[in-house]
Design a binder for this molecule. Structure first.
Ligand SMILES: NC(=O)c1ccc[n+]([C@@H]2O[C@H](COP(=O)([O-])OP(=O)(O)OC[C@H]3O[C@@H](n4cnc5c(N)ncnc54)[C@H](O)[C@@H]3O)[C@@H](O)[C@H]2O)c1
Ligand SMILES: O=c1ccn([C@@H]2O[C@H](COP(=O)(O)OP(=O)(O)O[C@H]3O[C@H](CO)[C@@H](O)[C@H](O)[C@H]3O)[C@@H](O)[C@H]2O)c(=O)[nH]1
Length: 489
């Protein structure tokens, strides 16, 4: 292929460093939409790469398997050979993890940039020609400057005269809908300083994304917009969750409030579902990162504003679990609790920062025996997540069931933590008959037919809705005892 007339690089080979939840689906989509390009995905994790090269892909994402199958071995390759990947491609994406720092300055808030820095150093070490380097990872504002410095300092030291154009191209896909999000993105965001380098990336996306949806900005706007988008989304969840608590006290129904509020076109109906709390690898870490950046610039109040979004989320998880313990007569010791769902949302096997972690931990600390059923999560991954958070698990209290029915057998309560569609289709009458009585159901996703469940006999605790049904039961009881219920004359 001819070289780019101005940049002098070849634009038909792409390498992506990092074969994770973003690198895998994103590059598979580019390979599918751009058959004229060769896409190499490299990762230092051998097990991950060998699974990408098998039928048992390392991540579950609807539609991903088909795309990988269609492209793998043709113009999509997975390898651990990072050196070769960097040498052969002139367009390099960095899609490595950027978790929250767990030690040192900024511990618990700042982004740990060691992987992104290592990508910079790897490129500096192996690059044989000029290259475009693209930040796909979510990074703090000004990270491009750090990468540029690592690259230019190494260039200067080696006496060579290669060019590196740094672009920011944050990813907005959500897990569970990644392939659809990549196929039809609301927007693609590209930040950079060099218009020709920006143009190379624009041309790649323009193979399937309408040009008016490809937004080009300066580097810093692009880096910051990613953090801000996640902060705004998470803020909506925390906002509606805070309102759900008020609904429970007042007789309003949070679902009705969401509908009424979201009908305002300025607000919009999406992302207003009250829940046990948001999870996932991104929201919390990106907001904490935003807070840290604000603080670094002396913007204490601004940082405190965004910190509230995370604090509210933690509060929601704790109050939800406290409600369970309270309802179960203030003790769950030795009680079997059926937990439906452990993933942080439906259609993914990802458990990073899942709210299920805190809920199960609190229940187990109170003595409960938790029986989890999740269609896609393996117990090893769940245990790994506990370990990552320094939470000890007594394995006799944390059991994975092979079906929801098995989890319910002899249980005192069902706790719904993930909104998997199959949870709506179960025969709850059958589950009820196998459970201890009273049989409780706590719907942490407000997704089930609560009236129907009450009819079966469950004591249902929905989010953001007072327990009217209990009052009815109570009134029935009072009436049978010969007194008049409240509100009648
Ligand atoms: N998960 C999401 O839904 C999502 C969405 C948008 C953006 N992001 C952002 O994208 C980035 C990647 O997220 P992810 O969920 O794909 O992470 P991930 O942990 O699933 O994948 C990252 C991969 O990078 C590899 N890696 C790290 N350093 C490397 C190096 N020097 N050389 C080779 N391989 C290396 C790791 O082995 C790992 O497999 C993060 O910054 C994240 O915030 C994630
Ligand atoms: O109304 C809602 C919407 C979401 N959630 C929860 O919020 C979390 C995050 O959900 P979602 O945003 O759908 O999934 P992610 O894969 O975490 O995607 C977010 O984080 C990604 C990583 O940065 C971004 O790319 C995406 O745009 C952004 O939506 C999950 O626990 C959801 O259950 C709610 O509780 N209520």
């Amino acid at each position: 292929m001819a070289e780019h007339p101005k940049l002098g690089i070849r634009t038909n080979r792409i390498c992506c460093i990092g074969a994770g939840y973003v690198g895998g689906p994103t590059m598979a989509t580019i390979a599918l939409k751009c058959p004229h390009l060769q896409v190499d995905i490299v990762d230092m994790n051998e097990e991950r790469i060998s699974r990408w090269n098998s039928d048992d892909l390392p991540i579950y994402e609807p539609g991903l398997g088909e795309v990988v199958k269609a492209c793998r071995g043709k113009n999509l390759f997975f390898s651990t050979d990072v050196k070769k990947g960097v040498e052969e491609a002139d367009i390099i994406f960095a899609s490595v993890n950027t978790p929250t720092k767990t030690q040192g300055v900024g511990k618990g808030r700042a982004a740990d940039l060691r992987f992104i820095e290592s990508v910079g150093r790897t490129i500096a070490q192996f690059a044989n020609r000029s290259k475009i380097v693209i930040e796909k990872s979510t990074v703090p504002i000004k990270t491009a400057e750090a990468i540029a410095r690592v690259l230019s300092a190494n260039e200067a030291a080696s006496g060579s005269r290669k060019n590196f154009w740094i672009l920011s191209n944050p990813e907005f896909l959500a897990e569970g809908t990644a392939m659809a999000d990549l196929d039809q993105p609301d927007r693609v965001l590209i930040g950079g300083q060099d218009q020709d380098a920006i143009g190379v990336l624009v041309d790649i996306y323009a193979n399937w994304v309408p040009r008016e949806r490809i937004l080009c900005t300066n580097l810093w706007s692009s880096e910051l917009s990613k953090l801000v988008a996640n902060a705004f989304l998470a803020q909506r969840v925390s906002s509606i969750n805070s309102i759900s608590r008020l609904c429970e006290r007042t007789g309003a129904d949070v679902k009705e409030v969401s509908r009424a509020v979201g009908a305002d076109t300025r607000i919009g109906p999406k992302f207003l579902n009250a829940s046990v709390g948001f999870g996932g690898s991104c929201f919390q870490k990106d907001i904490l990162n935003l807070v840290y950046i604000c603080q670094q610039f002396g913007l204490e109040e601004e940082g405190a504003y965004w910190q509230q979004v995370v604090d509210m989320n933690d509060h929601q998880k704790v109050t939800f679990t406290s409600k369970i313990i309270q309802a179960l007569f203030n003790t769950v010791t030795k009680k079997k609790i059926a937990v439906f769902g452990f993933a942080f949302k439906k259609d993914t096997g990802d458990v990073r920062e899942t709210p299920a972690l805190l809920v199960c931990d609190m229940l187990m600390k109170d003595g409960a025996i938790v029986h989890v059923y999740d269609p896609k999560v393996a117990i090893e991954d769940a245990l790994q997540e506990f370990k990552y958070h320094d939470l000890e698990v007594n394995q006799s209290q944390f059991i994975f069931s092979t079906s929801a029915e098995e989890a319910c057998d002899g249980a005192h309560a069902i706790v719904v933590l993930t909104e998997w569609d199959e949870f709506k289709k179960y025969d709850y009458q059958k589950f009820y008959s196998k459970m201890m009585k009273p049989a409780f159901l706590f719907d942490g996703r407000n997704m089930l037919d609560h009236a129907g469940l009450e009819k079966i006999g469950f004591e249902v605790h929905a989010l953001g809705k007072a327990r009217v049904a209990t009052e009815h039961h109570h009134q029935d009881f009072v009436m049978r005892a010969g007194s008049k219920p409240l509100g009648t004359s």
